[in-house]
Write a new protein. Structure first.
Length: 385
């Protein structure tokens, strides 16, 4: 049966598609699957659930993922080990870096090495959930079996990048709702590739990282954090105020007012940054809040630890805020100039979403949300004792 939201290229006969579906849908065989989601931080995070979805249905499949080199750390916790089956092979690309030195011999050596990795396996299914020409070209570079299915986005969705030419590289162009959460969009492309019924987010909430990964993160080491007499770190709150687009930022004065209120309740405020301009903003905000800290630049691996040990994370619609949400930590997401439906965390009671497109939340609304989540976490700790 053909998926209701797909169109099939004429170069693949329907019988071939059915042969592939019949051989993989029961999990009796081990299809080779390539996931293509190159960037960015939040987009990669919202693509993680399909690894779990695939493993649940096809436990013996080979699952590889190609991603920009900067985001490899996001996939590493899901890599297959002796005790865990997740992503079998992570293939790194560096398109962002390569385009700055196209004439360099080292760029082309790295490119051909990447192509060799892509062609070391003959893939039965390629799932492309980005909808851009560069990600579609990766699909073309990959080695594929004679009856391979290449499934990708068949239409643009609101507030997401899309390049229509990418459709010409797919054997299935999967049409999704124009208003579609980033996770649901990826799941729909996956379901179309295997002709599975669409997943119900209520029946199958998305999963992201193994529980054991979060439990066994190393100890936190942030200079300037206050410590109790027993040596433990005093409660702190992480504030991700920076984002690539200025309109998505919450006003500095709102951060200051919120920070003062939380500091008066005994919390230390931490304002990370990712560029020199963001560092200046962090310093400006922190200078007006008693005890606030501006740390050194942090890596993705350090962000895991910083978030995991925080009493709470507050942040605008940006990748590191979504990282807190997918780690299952208390998170307040602030939407100022982007639609909440596109990326809001809906899978946990410990995520509180506020604001919407051109409707930034008030300080009072956010402070009340912070109090609720901190209280919820304290109750959980009491129940576990």
């Amino acid at each position: 049966m053909t998926h209701p939201r797909q169109t099939q290229s004429s170069k693949f006969a329907e019988v071939d598609k059915l042969d592939l579906i019949n051989s993989t849908s029961t999990g009796s065989k081990a299809p080779k699957i390539l996931l293509v989601k190159l960037s960015s931080l939040g987009d990669v995070l919202h693509n993680l659930p399909i690894v779990w979805d695939l493993r649940k249905r096809l436990p013996n499949a080979q699952i590889d993922w190609i991603v920009e080199e900067a985001y490899v750390p996001l996939l590493a916790p899901l890599q297959t080990t002796e005790k865990f089956r997740g992503i079998d092979r992570i293939i790194s690309v560096a398109f962002r870096r390569w385009r700055k030195s196209l004439l360099s011999p080292s760029t082309w050596r790295e490119f051909f090495a990447m192509r060799q990795l892509l062609q070391a396996t003959s893939y039965d299914v390629v799932i492309e959930t980005q909808g851009l020409l560069k990600s579609a070209l990766v699909c073309a570079l990959a080695r594929k079996s004679a009856v391979a299915i290449v499934a990708g986005l068949g239409n643009a969705t609101e507030y997401s990048g899309y390049e229509p030419l990418a459709r010409s590289f797919y054997s299935q162009s999967v049409h999704v709702p124009v208003k579609c959460h980033a996770i649901d969009r990826s799941r729909q492309v996956m379901c179309s590739a295997f002709d599975w019924p669409l997943l119900n987010r209520a029946d199958e909430p998305p999963r992201f990282y193994p529980t054991e990964f979060v439990k066994h993160l190393p100890d936190l080491s942030i200079e300037g954090l206050k410590k109790a007499t027993d040596g433990s770190v005093m409660p702190y709150i992480v504030c991700f105020h920076s984002t690539a687009r200025a309109a998505k930022r919450w006003p500095n004065e709102s951060w200051v007012d919120l920070g003062k209120a939380l500091a008066n309740h005994g919390y230390q405020l931490i304002f990370p940054w990712g560029s020199a301009a963001e560092r200046r903003e962090s310093n400006l905000i922190a200078s007006q809040i008693s005890g606030a800290i501006v740390p050194k630049a942090i890596s993705i691996e350090e962000a895991y630890i910083l978030i995991a040990y925080a009493a709470l994370t507050i942040g605008v619609d940006t990748g590191l805020t979504h990282l807190a949400a997918v780690l299952g930590k208390p998170t307040v997401e602030l939407y100022c100039d982007s639609p909440r439906w596109k990326t809001e965390g809906y899978w946990s009671e410990q995520i509180s979403n506020h604001g919407d497109l051109q409707q930034p939340p008030t300080v009072t609304e956010v402070f009340d949300a912070c109090q609720r989540l901190i209280g919820y976490r304290q109750l959980q700790r009491q129940d576990s004792v």
